[in-house]
Design a protein around this ligand. Structure first.
Ligand code: FMN
Ligand code: EPS
Length: 398
């Protein structure tokens, strides 16, 4: 299974093509829209999320509510597009009517959006302009933007619909916003799901959530931004997804890549992660027991050993850096004039960790669905179910 996405953040729409879904899987469009709505929520987001109302429009690959086994294509319209149509039209003068810009500047009106030449530290602006030989940073920032994560949530939602047929579920919660951290605790999957669905920040502890909200408010007041950490968990994963035999078949590597490729994610930990490096072996490795089936007395490995699921729940964390666009300006240098400036900002998120946790949850769901199809693959849902049930029977006999 694979996918491609296209689209600029303020372009007409973002689009995607997903290939490799088996035939005869019932697709609940509401479930996809629910995931998209979850991604739009979370305390700390800026003005853009009040403009957008992400809804999936499926163009092909589904008939009568079921997959055909053919490529599935879809799009989400950008409701902000009418404000950018002139600037981002595929053909035309990019809206850079210099006379009009001059008149508008004189009259302090701002409907024309001039060329962007002031790169933001921490964003893709400067590196992208150098690499792609661009003089307008808009040609970089439009595609670097995390608007694209709406597509990743869409394909992840398809993945989770498939996983659900096999009783596998994925959830997430916010572990840290800046300096405010949720203490490590024994977590019950159903509890995380219910509480994180209710909470504005998607931290599962009410008191800590309030502290996180206060931290975001404080940071906003200061014109600053915040990062944090989220954790993704799964239930009912069978042992044996992924493989130890080649570097590019190892599931931990694939999950890390999927998470690291989310905008602003700078670190991934499986299970104990970095903490394992400072402990002794006896305090890290999960002892093996047998009770009708193999299981572990702890889950410090986070459900993966040797690049394969070991039958315990997957536990994986990702660290997000603070949002690069700051109301409190940082110094930078104008691309054209080479003059120093302090950036001014029109709108931005203060933090997007709660949104990123939903993206994380869905990219993990997609990678797991892919690994699931690699192991139990078939062209129809019925064939995959037969393969899966056969494998479960084999495991029962071990
Ligand atoms: C859900 C989400 C929302 C984001 N919102 C913003 C934003 O409003 N302003 C901003 O400058 N960066 C935002 N970012 C982060 C940038 O997209 C990201 O830092 C940039 O593309 C550079 O990539 P890098 O941080 O991975 O190096 C957001 C990221 C995510 C995941
Ligand atoms: C549009 C989304 O996130 C955007 C990601 C983003 C960035 O630079 O990554 C910048 C902001 O966009 P704008 O510049 O239009 O305010 C965010 O709102 C979204 O999540 O759907």
């Amino acid at each position: 299974m694979r996918y491609l996405t296209a689209g600029e953040s303020h372009g007409r729409a973002i689009t995607g093509v997903l290939e490799g879904m088996p035939a005869n899987l019932e697709i609940d469009k509401d479930e996809i829209n629910r995931q998209l709505a979850r991604r739009q929520g979370g305390y700390g987001r800026g003005g853009r999320m009040q403009i957008e109302n992400d809804q999936i429009d499926i163009l092909s690959g589904i008939r009568g509510g079921k997959t055909l086994g053919t490529p599935i294509s879809f799009q989400i319209e950008n409701d902000d597009w009418p404000n950018w149509e002139e600037v981002l039209a595929p053909f035309g003068d990019n809206g850079y009517d210099q006379d009009e810009i001059k008149i508008q500047k004189e009259n302090k009106i701002k409907t024309v959006k001039p060329k962007v030449t002031k790169p933001r530290p921490g964003h893709a602006d400067l590196a992208g302009a150098l690499k792609y030989n661009q003089s307008d940073l808009r040609n970089i920032l439009e595609r670097a933007s995390a608007r694209e994560t709406a597509m990743r949530v869409t394909v992840g939602a398809f993945g989770r619909i498939l996983l659900k047929e096999f009783g596998i579920d994925v959830t997430s919660h916010v572990q840290r916003i800046g300096a405010v951290e949720l203490a490590e605790q024994e977590l019950d999957f159903a509890e995380i799901r219910n509480k994180s669905a209710q909470s504005e920040v998607r931290c599962i502890d009410e008191e800590v959530t309030e502290e996180m909200i206060a931290e975001i408010d404080d940071c906003k007041e200061e014109g600053n931004s915040l990062g944090g950490v989220f954790e993704v968990r799964t239930t009912n994963l069978p042992a044996g997804l992924g493989s130890h035999v080649h570097w590019d078949r190892k599931l931990d590597g694939k999950l890390a890549q999927a998470l690291m490729s989310i905008q602003a994610i700078k670190g991934v930990e499986v299970g104990l992660g970095f903490e394992a490096a400072s402990r002794r072996g006896s305090e890290v490795h999960d002892e093996i027991a047998y009770d009708d089936q193999f299981h572990r007395l702890t889950n410090n490995a986070g459900g993966i050993e040797g690049g394969m699921t070991n039958g315990e729940p997957l536990v994986i964390k990702a660290a997000m850096k603070p949002i690069p666009t700051l109301y409190k300006p940082l110094s930078s240098v104008d691309l054209e004039t080479k003059e120093k400036f302090k950036a001014s900002v029109e709108r931005s998120d203060v933090t997007a960790v709660p949104a990123a946790s939903i993206v994380g949850e869905n990219v993990v769901a997609f990678e797991l669905a892919k690994a699931f199809l690699n192991k139990f693959g078939g062209d129809s849902l019925e064939e995959i179910k037969a393969n899966y049930n056969n494998y479960l029977k084999m495991l029962e006999q071990r």
